[in-house]
Ligand binder design. Structure first.
Ligand SMILES: Cc1cc2nc3c(=O)[nH]c(=O)nc-3n(C[C@H](O)[C@H](O)[C@H](O)COP(=O)(O)OP(=O)(O)OC[C@H]3O[C@@H](n4cnc5c(N)ncnc54)[C@H](O)[C@@H]3O)c2cc1C
Length: 335
């Protein structure tokens, strides 16, 4: 029996697992995807790549700031920009309202996840369907009948709706109520790769990222290729507003949905031609609405069972990181 099983290899689960292992615990991290990182996601495209989830990291507090410093010293992160422009609902583009360091990974956001997971035992491509109490611990099950894992303690580091799918039968009504209280907005992301001949025009674009304020269709426009050290072709990442995602999430033809997002930005970037490749991604759990104030949840169960993620204390990478760290500290201090 492993000491701790962590379900979910996003930033919260990775941070928790890494800290527990450093503290001497035997840990296994399991994710339904083959790759690591969850919403810290990078799509590899012919000759280039794009971050279609997290756009940038920004530290509000010292703990996360020190962690960013560590990633900068390893070369994984660097300051991408010091100002994010704004697009108002009326379509006017405004200069950054404030200046700060916004960090990005030149090799893609999921290089952060690979770094965190480098020494961990990770089981990928395993969707956990339940955690059931056994003597002195938990039995984890997946759709794969060959899969078997038992653990003394379990940490579920997924959005709360996914956590409920796993643990609803094993936890108390208060915990169910707390998990059910956090709703997530959805998002649709379009990635547009332009011809290499557009790179000179892209280099002259006077912004790296644009936050769209109260815009009916758009939430974010990023010149993602500008995160790379020597970009050779422009890549834009366009994220929809929550309202747009609600309207088109189940649309049968995603290419049409992606084109709607690209059409919205054509006026902003008249110097780029037509994308030679467009990919679209749907995020069913993008941002927590009304997150919990607690850093993590503990179920009232015989063996320890915890829940963490960005939705505990915020809806960003920083809160996910702090949440994973807080559970690891609790488990280590209890042992
Ligand atoms: C489009 C978009 C843009 C964003 N931009 C930013 C930004 O610029 N800056 C910022 O700070 N934050 C941003 N965020 C938010 C940020 O991505 C999240 O706050 C953070 O990555 C959440 O990390 P997490 O570990 O809590 O959850 P996740 O990253 O969602 O990780 C959960 C993991 O659990 C796995 N999982 C779920 N169910 C199961 C199961 N049953 N069995 C096994 N595994 C399971 C998933 O595969 C996933 O890997 C953005 C989010 C989106 C969607």
């Amino acid at each position: 029996m492993v000491e701790v099983a962590v379900i979910g290899a996003g930033i919260a689960g990775l941070t928790c697992a890494q800290k527990l292992q450093q503290g001497g615990k035997s840990v296994v991290l399991i994710d339904k995807s083959r790759g690591l990182g969850g919403r810290l996601a990078t799509r590899r495209l012919a000759g280039t790549h794009a971050d279609h989830g997290v756009c940038y990291l920004q530290a509000k507090g010292d703990k996360f700031g020190h962690w960013i410093d560590e990633l900068v010293s390893t070369g994984i992160l660097r300051v991408w920009t010091t100002g994010i422009h704004r697009l108002a609902a009326d379509g006017s583009l405004q200069s950054p309202p404030k200046f700060a360091n916004y960090y990005a990974a030149p090799l893609g956001a999921n290089s952060i996840a690979k770094y965190l997971g480098r020494d961990l035992e990770i089981i990928g491509d395993k969707l956990i369907t339940s955690v059931d109490p056994i003597a002195h611990g938990w039995q984890l099950s997946s759709k794969d009948p060959e899969f078997s894992l038992t653990a003394t303690e379990v940490v579920i580091a997924t959005p709360p709706a996914q956590a409920l799918n796993i643990a609803r039968e094993s936890i108390d009504p208060t915990c169910i109520q707390q998990l059910s209280s956090v709703q997530f907005s959805r998002s649709i992301t379009a990635i547009a790769v332009y011809p290499t001949s557009d790179q000179t025009a892209a280099a002259a674009i006077p912004w790296q990222g644009i936050q769209c304020i109260d815009h009916p269709t758009l939430a974010w426009i990023g010149l993602d290729s500008s995160k790379q050290l020597n970009p050779t072709q422009p890549v834009l990442v366009i994220q929809s507003s929550a309202a747009f995602a609600e309207q088109y999430f189940d649309a049968p033809d995603l290419a049409v949905v992606g084109q709607k997002l690209i059409d919205e930005i054509a006026l902003l970037i008249p110097t780029l031609t037509t994308p030679e490749l467009v990919q679209v991604h749907r995020w069913g759990y993008a941002f927590a609405q009304a997150p919990l104030s607690d850093r993590f949840l503990t179920a009232q169960t015989a063996a320890p069972l915890y829940f963490c993620g960005d939705w505990c204390g915020g809806n960003r990478v920083e809160s996910a990181y702090l949440s994973g760290l807080a559970i690891a500290d609790r488990i280590l201090s209890n042992s």
